[in-house]
Ligand binder design. Structure first.
Ligand SMILES: NC(=O)c1ccc[n+]([C@@H]2O[C@H](COP(=O)([O-])OP(=O)(O)OC[C@H]3O[C@@H](n4cnc5c(N)ncnc54)[C@H](OP(=O)(O)O)[C@@H]3O)[C@@H](O)[C@H]2O)c1
Length: 273
C-alpha cells in the first residue's frame, strides 16, 4: 500500500467508504473489505453505521494500530457542547477510545469557525483523535479555518473524479500542506460505461473504475470508493499495480463538465468554480 503524508499523518492512499453499509449485511461487507486488504476505513456519525464498523474491525482480528479509521461530526453538531456529545457517542458506538482522523462533515456558516474548529482542536488535545481535518471546505473556508486552528488540518475530504473540475480547491488544500481525500471517486457509478475510461482501461487490462481510481491516486489523491460487493471491493483495491501515461492522464482531465457534481445537498457551501 502507498501512503499519503500530511502534517504528520500517514494515510493509506486507497481507503474504503462505508456509507450505506448497515446492519448485519453492512457489517459483513465492511469485514469483507478489511479481509480484501483495506486498512483505511471511512465512516461518519451521519451514516448510522459506526457500531457495524467497530464490530467489523474487531471481528477482523487485524490489530487496531494497522487500521486508519476516520469518522465525522455532522454540520448540525458543530457547537462546542454538541460536538463533544457527538464524538463521545461515535466513540461509544465504535467501541474505541480514539479514532485516527476526525472530520467536520459539512461546514455550517451559522457556527463561527473559531468554535467549530476549536472543538475539533479540543478533540485532538483530549486524545480522542490522532488527527483532524475537514470535508467539503471551499478555498475561502479553508483559509478561514487555517486562520483559527492551532493544530494542523491534515485532509480536505471532497468530491473528486474525472467529471468534476476541483482544481481551485485542490490547489488551496495543497497550499496549506493538506492531503485531499476523494469521495465519490467513481462518481457514484457514473464512471463505468464512460467510453474514454473504458478504452483506456482496456489498454491496461483494467476497468473504467480502476482507471478513475488510478487517475486520482497518481495525482497523490487519497480515494475512498465504497462497495457492498466483495468483487467490486477487490476491483477498487487493485489500482496501484499499473500506471497511466501522461497523455492518458491529460485525456481523462478533459472529461470534466459543468454538471459533473454528484453530491450537492442543501447545506452545501458556495462551491469554487
Ligand atoms: N464527506 C462527504 O460529504 C461524503 C459524501 C459522499 C461520500 N463520502 C464517502 O465517500 C465514500 C464513497 O462515495 P460514494 O459511495 O458516494 O461513491 P462511489 O464510491 O463513487 O460509488 C459507490 C457506488 O458505486 C458502486 N460501485 C462501487 N465500485 C464499483 C465498481 N468497481 N464498478 C461499478 N460500480 C461500483 C457501488 O455499488 P455496489 O455497492 O453495488 O458496488 C455504489 O453504488 C462513501 O462511502 C463515504 O464514505 C463522503
Amino acid at each position: 500500500m502507498e501512503f499519503v503524508e500530511a502534517h504528520g499523518a500517514r494515510i493509506p492512499i486507497v481507503g474504503f467508504g462505508s456509507m450505506r453499509l448497515k446492519e448485519d449485511a453492512g457489517r459483513e461487507a465492511i469485514l469483507s473489505a478489511i479481509r480484501t486488504g483495506y486498512r483505511h476505513i471511512d465512516t461518519a456519525a451521519f451514516y448510522g453505521n459506526e457500531k457495524e464498523v467497530g464490530d467489523a474491525i474487531k471481528a477482523s482480528g487485524v490489530p487496531r494500530a494497522d487500521i486508519f479509521l476516520t469518522t465525522k461530526v455532522r454540520d448540525n453538531n458543530l457547537k462546542a457542547d454538541d460536538f463533544a456529545r457527538s464524538l463521545d457517542n461515535s466513540l461509544k458506538l465504535l467501541g474505541l477510545p480514539q479514532v485516527d482522523l476526525l472530520l467536520i462533515h459539512w461546514p455550517n456558516l451559522a457556527v463561527p469557525a473559531a468554535e467549530s474548529i476549536g472543538a475539533l482542536n479540543k478533540a485532538k488535545r483530549d486524545g480522542l483523535t490522532r488527527h483532524i481535518g475537514v470535508c467539503n471546505y471551499t478555498v475561502a473556508l479553508l483559509d478561514e479555518a487555517w486562520g483559527v486552528t492551532r493544530e494542523p488540518l491534515v485532509t480536505n475530504q471532497i468530491e473528486v473524479h474525472p467529471f468534476l473540475d476541483q482544481s481551485k480547491v485542490l490547489a488551496a488544500s495543497r497550499r496549506h500542506g493538506m492531503s485531499v481525500t476523494a469521495y465519490c471517486p467513481i462518481a457514484r457509478g457514473r464512471v463505468p460505461g464512460n467510453p474514454v475510461l473504458e478504452r483506456i482501461g482496456a489498454a491496461h487490462g483494467k476497468t473504467a473504475s480502476q482507471v478513475s481510481l488510478r487517475w486520482l491516486t497518481q495525482q497523490g489523491i487519497i480515494v475512498i470508493p465504497g462497495s457492498g460487493n466483495p468483487e467490486r471491493q477487490q476491483e477498487n483495491f487493485d489500482v496501484l499495480d499499473f500506471s497511466l501515461s501522461p497523455a492518458e492522464m491529460d485525456e481523462i482531465a478533459t472529461l470534466k463538465r459543468a454538471d459533473g457534481r454528484v453530491v450537492n445537498p442543501p447545506q452545501a457551501p458556495k462551491w469554487d468554480v
